[in-house]
Design a protein around this ligand. Sequence first.
Ligand code: THU
Length: 133
Amino acid sequence: MSNPTPQELLALAAQSARRAYAPYSHFRVGAAVLAEGEIFLGVNVENDAYSLALCAERAALAAAIVAGKRQISAIAIACIDAPPDSDLRGRMPCGACRQWLSELAPQAKIYLLGSEQEFSADQLLPWAFRWKR
Ligand code: THU
């Protein structure tokens, strides 16, 4: 699937969310990154030391980087445990993930399960921190 539609990418993100390790929050998140025609998946991985939780977005972005694919064109995020009628805020990337998206996926289209809206990293984190770039 080298040129998936937003819906296809969201479906992959939702499918991967089923593999989330979220025994503490019970809030499963999946992410699917499209980079140079390949798809990389991520899930949230929690820890008994709560603050060490890894978000799905960062897991998927890291997977693309590990594979050497840095041209990230899209990311789909699926919070499968968010009630479908809940506020969009409950399905948005957290601040740390926005900083990662800003650096690693500045051109990417960002899709959220349950929303028709499409976002960009700059929209989600204007004035992102930059040190040397
Ligand atoms: N979570 C994500 O995976 N991505 C986000 O952008 C927001 C939060 C996860 C972290 C934690 O495992 C759970 O959702 C509840 O905060």
